[in-house]
Design a protein around this ligand. Structure first.
Ligand code: OXD
Ligand code: MN
Length: 576
């Protein structure tokens, strides 16, 4: 460990080296330093104690998938959907950028645990970074400091993360993963998913690779416990692409009319799952905090998130109000003026957003009013249902259920969604996003599907698998389903399918709710809208199967025969 840190120190040549212990005194000192350097702006400590604002470079506001690489010795071990670089070339290329990159700066040694300490669900990472903002974010998102050294003990089995914002030059920005070395090198970006190496880089890309080798699953999923009026809790995991409302669903507050129903938050972004000794699938939240999308978050859409981020939170690229609090588009009470995310004066008439569309809040999960009492259970929570969902204006109905695990794997494998602002590129284009893992596969996608099929065989009590779509439109701009808290109605049907209570009918794409089996009491929902929401347009689905086929071609060789069987069976059912 010491040797590696010394080597990296020699390479990056920081003026100072600081080993972080995770204490409160240290946190206060780091905050002071960050405020002095202008990396953080102190917010109104009376109104939102412990909260700070960070403004990133204007060209560094989202994950840069085009500059993200998986570096395995053999190209065929990575997915054709990701970028590949040979490890030797990557170490050389990035080594040249890291060379002396920390001159005049401090290198922080940040040890942390992803997953739950002292459990099978625990991985230690040591990230070296020259960003105090990054160090303070990790402190919220993971269990950071002495606790990680304790967890590691004498072992050398930890992820080696090296990160420098360097000069933020677009041409010298790379996020490289070395699954064979359990290492991550990221340079040229201070943005969340690129720089907080525990999150997407470790907990998904590196972990998915490890999970396959070790027989578990690392998934881009939120985790909730849904409590029924009788007090029974059903745990559900859900994979949705970035900015499709995962955090809102994870913190959902049911509508007033659904008395006795309650949602407990276990996690909002990353689930690690293992088969327990009883043959069920157990999951934990790999993180300790939320890195949520700010715009659109309000007391109306997500009251639990709003309560969570009232204190000890870091806001990135939001609008600063005159009273030293923050605002973003979609939050109530539009301020008459403020300072926008780039530090310029702003008024509602400025003609540009006050907050960057991918602006974020970083907040401790423990502060969430709906946090599940089980969220730190070292055994995890037993999963009864898995949801897949995307943003689809057309085709995908509100909800349907897979016939079985293999069919569910096929549904996840062929998932698609319209692109959002969480990554750079055009917004609103439909792209295939298997299991919402497209930007996060640490290895070949066809092998990942095989791993799902294999895991299914090991799970004796398999979770039911569903596909949901909150975003179907009437053909224009209007959503047919109200979404947000009303999604509880779909969750209720799912929970009742798990307990065998709710009715369904068989369709070519899966089981769908029988008329009247989704609780609509207290909701004004015309029959005609519900009909459209639950429509299976056979011709459109046949077209979809053609597009699925094209996508399979992009994935290259090695598609499991089970997935191809499911594809053929779907076509048969649609034609039948
Ligand atoms: C995230 C993402 O930040 O998926 O969670 O982009
Ligand atoms: Mn995510």
């Amino acid at each position: 460990m010491k040797k590696w840190v010394e080597e990296m120190q020699l390479l990056c040549k920081p003026d100072k080296l600081e080993w972080l212990d995770g204490s409160e005194t240290e946190k206060q000192r780091l905050i002071k330093e960050a405020v002095k350097k202008g990396e953080l702006v102190e917010l109104n400590q009376k109104k939102i104690p412990g909260c700070y604002l960070h403004r990133s470079a204007p060209n560094d506001v989202s994950r840069t998938e085009n500059l993200t690489f998986i570096c395995t010795s053999r190209k065929e071990d990575t997915t054709p959907l990701a970028n590949w670089m040979a490890p030797k070339e990557a170490y050389k290329k990035l080594g040249e950028i890291f060379e002396g990159a920390m001159k005049g700066r401090t290198m922080y040694v940040v040890p942390f645990i992803m997953g739950i300490p002292k459990s099978k669900f625990s991985k230690v990472c040591v990230q070296l970074t020259d960003s105090v903002y990054v160090a303070l974010n990790i402190r919220i998102l993971a269990r950071m400091g002495k606790i990680a050294w304790k967890e590691l003990g004498k072992s050398n089995n930890f992820t080696r993360g090296l990160h420098s914002v360097a000069d933020l030059n677009e041409n010298r920005k790379f996020i490289c993963h070395f699954p064979e070395d359990n290492a991550i090198w990221s340079v040229g970006s201070g943005y969340g998913g690129n720089a907080l190496l525990g999150k997407k880089c470790l907990a998904l890309r590196i972990a998915s690779h490890q999970a396959r080798k070790e027989g578990w699953m690392a998934e881009h999923m939120m985790l909730i416990g849904v409590e029924s009026p009788e007090g029974k809790i059903t745990y559900i995991a859900g994979a949705f692409p970035s900015q499709c409302g995962k955090t809102n669903l994870a913190m959902l507050k049911p509508p007033e009319s659904m008395k006795g129903w309650r949602v407990w938050t276990v996690g909002d972004d990353i689930a690690w799952m293992r088969v327990g000794s009883d043959g069920r699938l157990y999951a934990v939240n790999a993180e300790a905090g939320f890195f949520g999308v700010a715009p659109g978050t309000s007391y109306k859409t997500n009251p639990n998130a709003m309560e969570t981020l009232k204190k000890n939170s870091i806001f990135t690229n939001v609008l600063l109000k005159e009273d030293g609090t923050v605002w973003w588009e979609g939050m109530d009470g539009v301020p008459s003026k403020g300072t926008d995310w780039q530090g310029n004066p702003w008024t509602p008439d400025s003609g540009k957003p006050g907050a960057q569309p991918n602006s974020r809040f970083t907040a401790p999960a423990s502060q969430c009013p709906s946090i599940s009492p089980e969220w730190e259970n070292p055994k995890g929570v037993p999963i009864s249902a898995i949801l897949f969902g995307g943003r689809r204006a057309k085709l995908a109905p509100l909800v349907y259920e897979a016939f079985n695990w293999q069919h569910g794997t096929f549904i996840g494998a062929t998932m698609a969604s319209e692109t959002t602002a969480a990554a750079t590129g055009q917004v609103g284009i439909v792209r295939r996003d298997p299991m919402a893992m497209l930007p996060f596969f640490g290895y070949r996608t066809t092998n990942y599907f095989r791993h799902w099929i294999e895991m299914g065989k090991k799970i004796r009590t398999q979770p039911k698998i569903f596909h949901v779509n909150w975003f179907k439109t009437d053909g224009g701009q209007t959503f047919l389903w109200p979404g947000f808290r009303e999604n509880m109605r779909v969750l209720k049907w799912i929970v009742e399918r798990c307990s065998g209570k709710a009715d369904a009918e068989k369709t070519p794409i899966g089981f769908m709710p029988k008329k009247g089996s989704i609780d609509l009491i207290g909701l004004e929902m015309p029959d005609s809208a519900m009909k459209k929401l639950l429509l299976v347009d056979k011709n459109a689905w046949l077209q979809e199967t053609i597009e699925q086929e094209e996508f399979f071609k992009e994935l290259g060789s090695g598609m499991p025969k089970e997935i191809l069987e499911e594809h053929a069976a779907l076509k048969r059912r649609l034609k039948g």
